[in-house]
Design a protein around this ligand. Structure first.
Ligand SMILES: [Cu+2]
Length: 69
């Protein structure tokens, strides 16, 4: 397992946190997700044999948020 923390821009409330959490958990290979609003960040533990950082980033962006850095 690998863990990555991404800075997420555009989340404004608990609903946003729930949305980002949901889309990340839907990515095959994701084992654990922790999203915080302040600061806006998503920490994801995943199986590198099944997914990778770009797919996680895309999932967040497809949900309408921005990944910075
Ligand atoms: Cu919101």
């Amino acid at each position: 397992m690998e863990t990555i923390t991404m800075n997420v821009k555009g989340m404004t409330c608990g609903g946003c946190v729930a949305s980002v959490t949901r889309v990340l958990k839907a990515v095959p290979g994701v084992a654990d997700v922790a999203v915080t609003l302040q600061p806006g960040a998503a920490t994801v533990t995943y199986d590198p044999a099944q997914t990778a950082a770009p797919a996680l980033r895309t999932a967040i962006e497809d949900a309408g948020y921005d990944v910075v850095g």
